[in-house]
Unconditional design. Structure first.
Length: 701
């Protein structure tokens, strides 16, 4: 616990620093990269787009083409409202048009367009010439436009997007979450010399960093660079690697001559040792170096790419947990979907940062970014805040037997685009897709996806997730870690059945690594129940009182805490999110399992339960304050706290009858309410003697 107290206190005290670091990171990866590399410019390409929606009868008619274009700024989605309201949402084409001028001075350069995310299938045309198609909403892609633009003149780009569910593109339906349409992540124009670090290797940085033999004494780092030469003859260059510390001081420089052939791709590799490295220690100390790989011709920099470098080792031990740099690491996990009310999935950098700071506030140390590759900003912020990240592809919910090629493509893109992030510790293969035998489609494809992850990144473990609690399921065990989603008390059984489940696995599979990939319950903040409902209908029900969600998390976190066999656990979900095919719990098109509302403005009682358990910042929270209309005088008040002692005062009288809670952070008191208004207060002192308190009013009718 002392470990995490230091981590949270340090990180919360440095919130301003973290924000500045993130902004700096954005510029390293973005438009100001030319200040670091003379040979490469990355230009913001998000302004000045025109948009019009297509039509479902596009194949039969083009009358919509006469409609007016409207000006938009990317990120943009054409489903920012309809997918958040219900089943009547638009799927189909959306067209984006932009004019731009390319200077004559760029004739000897190479030009690329890089899209970070387009939902879900994109076709790109420059000056009427078809450049290519990309299938999949969540990964980046890049096309070269060097030979398709007119220099010294205006050029046009047209991007046709389509978000219809397709059998050959993951995810294959809109059931668990919506596939928003549009250019919903940033676009950039990348300009390089003819000798350059490869841009179109699945839109990866072209630089791949590996680490081994990590300790506080030394670390071995290897760098592989994929290089291209579009000149007529071979080019002799110097491949230079420079590592700088967090203050910008150079600590390591290595150079070696390299000849880059004008055919194919030349791979340059270098290995070096960093003495006495400052290790990346998760939320306690997310220390980041920068590593710049450059191609130099004398004093001239032909190209350069800068990546953050977090030096760390991660090991997962069956039954013992996750070890970061040899130290046991507390895996306090949440999951996150990327959309929010009024914006869909077209989010800004500041909105991604806001989500991550809310996750930091609750005291989480690890995040499952479900169920797809998320914005590059998310992984970069995680690097700077110290979260361990589970990254996965959207092979989820069901299958069609036509998505294998796209699944393999998205697996490759996920790993190549993100493998340099120190925050990512595991790759996710699938979630809740099944086979009847180990020889069938899903099981075979899972093994192939695992091979792709391991081939592209031999150093990280892999995980796949079952919605059942049995280890023997045919689609299981193709990966290093077995994830299981268990919704006891919601979709099946009773809340405390979770304990029997984990004890059964402990006994039968003591050497297996198991993670509780999802657990929780829906909770509507505007619905309450003085007594928990004895029955529930999680699929068609309209009454999902918040109290039930709170009780689920109280009981189940206590079980998880007592069973280290659960290597990591991830509550579902940090934020409410849109599910257009659902109508449950009194709110249409919404999954209400989030601990924070869809608009990020209100936090549920469950949020404060985990904050009391995970974040040592002194706090008290009285539960059930919204459920303030009471009918029984003799009742129970519960609160969540991380203080060593608290007092409960009702109508000016100290309550002495304390009941047993599930752990030291859970306090329960038996109280007698008076008719009418009742003022309930809880207070205690932190280590410095500061009074911490909370209050609420209940009305007894």
């Amino acid at each position: 616990m002392n470990y995490y107290k230091r981590a949270i206190r340090s990180s919360m005290a440095k919130s301003v620093f973290i924000y500045k670091a993130f902004v700096a990171l954005s510029f390293v990866a973005g438009i100001s990269i030319d200040t670091l590399a003379q040979g490469r410019k990355e230009i913001d390409f998000n302004q000045g787009w025109l948009f019009k929606k297509g039509a479902k009868d596009y194949e039969k008619g083009v009358s919509f083409s006469l409609e007016e274009w409207k000006e938009v700024t990317v990120p943009h989605t054409y489903n920012s409202e309809d997918m958040q309201l219900g089943k009547d949402f638009y799927t189909g084409d959306g067209f984006y048009h932009k004019e731009f001028t390319v200077a004559d001075s760029l004739k000897e350069k190479r030009l690329f367009l890089r899209f970070e995310g387009v939902g879900s299938v994109a076709q790109v045309y420059v000056n009427g010439r078809f450049l290519g198609e990309h299938k999949g909403s969540y990964s980046a892609f890049a096309f070269e436009i060097t030979h398709s633009v007119n220099y010294g003149e205006k050029n046009t780009i047209l991007v046709k997007t389509n978000n219809e569910a397709r059998k050959d593109v993951l995810p294959v339906n809109h059931f668990l979450f919506p596939i928003y349409g549009g250019i919903y992540r940033p676009v950039s124009l990348i300009i390089t010399n003819k000798v350059n670090i490869k841009v179109t290797d699945h839109a990866s940085p072209g630089i791949f960093i590996r680490q081994k033999d990590i300790s506080d004494k030394q670390a071995t780092i290897s760098v592989k660079a994929k290089l291209e030469n579009k000149e007529i003859a071979s080019k002799s260059v110097s491949l230079r690697i420079e590592v700088k510390d967090a203050k910008g001081k150079s600590i390591k420089v290595i150079e070696e001559p390299l000849a880059i052939r004008p055919q194919g791709v030349t791979v340059g590799e270098q290995e070096f040792t960093v003495k006495n490295p400052h290790l990346w220690q998760g939320v306690e100390d997310p220390y980041l170096y920068t590593l710049t790989t450059s191609l130099e011709d004398g004093d001239r920099v032909l190209d350069a790419v800068t990546q953050f470098l977090g030096i760390r080792s991660v090991e997962i031990k069956p039954g013992k947990g996750v070890f970061l740099n040899g130290k046991a690491y507390p895996m306090h996990g949440v999951t996150r979907h990327q959309d929010r009310w009024g914006y869909g999935n077209a989010l800004s950098r500041s909105q991604h940062l806001e989500d991550m700071l809310l996750i930091k506030e609750i005291g989480a140390t690890t995040i499952r970014l479900a169920h797809y590759q998320q914005a590059e900003d998310m992984y970069s912020i995680a690097d700077s805040l110290g979260f361990l990240i589970w990254a996965e592809i959207p092979f989820v919910n069901t299958y069609t037997s036509e998505e294998a090629a796209n699944a393999k493509q998205q697996m490759t893109e996920l790993v190549r685009q993100n493998s340099n992030h120190p925050s990512i510790y595991i790759w996710g293969i699938h979630n809740e897709v099944y086979s009847k035998t180990e020889d069938e489609y899903v099981a075979v494809l899972s093994r192939e996806l695992n091979d792709i992850a391991k081939t592209n990144d031999p150093d990280r473990p892999t995980v796949a997730v079952s919605g059942y609690g049995e280890m023997w399921r045919p689609a299981n065990l193709s990966t290093d870690v077995q994830g299981m989603n268990r919704y006891y008390g919601w979709y099946e059984g009773k809340i405390d059945d979770l304990e029997q489940w984990v004890e059964g696995l402990e006994e039968a599979y003591p050497e297996h690594i198991v993670m509780l990939a999802e657990y929780g319950a829906d909770g509507n903040m505007d619905q309450g129940a003085e007594k928990l409902p004895g029955s529930r209908n999680p699929v068609n029900g309209k009454f999902f009182p918040e109290n039930y969600q709170t009780e689920t998390h109280i009981q189940q976190w206590a079980i998880i805490e007592d069973h280290p066999y659960i290597t990591a656990s991830y509550l579902w979900n940090m934020f409410e999110f849109a599910v257009p095919m659902w109508n449950r719990g009194g709110v249409n098109a919404r999954n209400l399992k989030g601990l924070v509302t869809f608009d990020r403005k209100r936090k549920k009682d469950s949020f404060y339960w985990y904050k009391a358990n995970w974040n040592p910042e002194p706090m008290i929270h009285l539960a059930n304050s919204r459920d303030n209309k009471r009918t029984e005088a003799n009742t129970t008040v519960q609160l969540f706290t991380n203080l060593s002692s608290v007092e409960l005062i009702v109508n000016g009288q100290k309550i002495t009858k304390e009941l047993s809670g599930v752990n030291k952070h859970h306090k329960k008191f038996e109280v007698m309410l008076q008719k009418g208004n009742n003022l309930i207060m809880a207070e205690g002192q932190d280590d410095a003697g500061k009074v911490i308190s909370d209050k609420m009013e209940w009305v007894l009718d």
